[in-house]
Unconditional design. Sequence first.
Length: 247
Amino acid sequence: MKFVTAIIAVVLSLSALAAQAHDGHKGGIASAPAKTVKAPFDIVHTKITTEGNLAVFHMAVSGKAGQSKPSKVGKLAGSDVFSYVWPTTIDPSAVGFDQGAGILAFAVTSHPDFDDTPLYDENGDGNLTNDGDLWHSHWVVLQPDDACGKGALKVVDIPAGAKPKLPRTWPGLPLLIDSPGYTPVFNADSVEVKVPFDDIGVVTQAGFDGVTSALRVNASVHNRLLCVVDVFKVASGKLTLPGKVNQ
């Protein structure tokens, strides 16, 4: 009898875990798996929810999230960046950029050839400049630039001599990028990041989408420095930002 009771308890526990995992994929944007997309970047679910003053960015894929990273090329020019991205309708001024500067997106990235989080020591070895390969978070401002490819997006460049408004954790690159140090959490098929906001209302009214992509660093620092060169998958199919926060 005790054995049967123990078995029932295990089954109930597993059922509860399965239900929790299923609940984690409720709401947001559901995407059908695609055999043509590598499983670590094959988006099946994207959502943004809020918990108090925190925005929770969530993305699930058909494989193991974070498993695939770029190969090291040994120099900045021509190096690649792999990314999980949430483009939003939030105005860039909400996180410290100029109002109307472009499309504000939250991104989780890996790039072994450079480190753009100079305030943080992600691998804990005492060196702040050698852990770009570890998955980390950014705010980026995007705009289309046909020089990157017809209809392609880039992270907005800061022209030489220009003085745009920048967040206090701007990493010093000539780009509209912020390195706020919010830690991404990978759990099997998903990646999730909790991001604090002074005014969570700007999030609750926002639209969003989900994108997995590769970017490439251009050789010219002030000429299309960081272009999106390969879109692995768009959650909505056409980057229409249909997602509604908390829905």
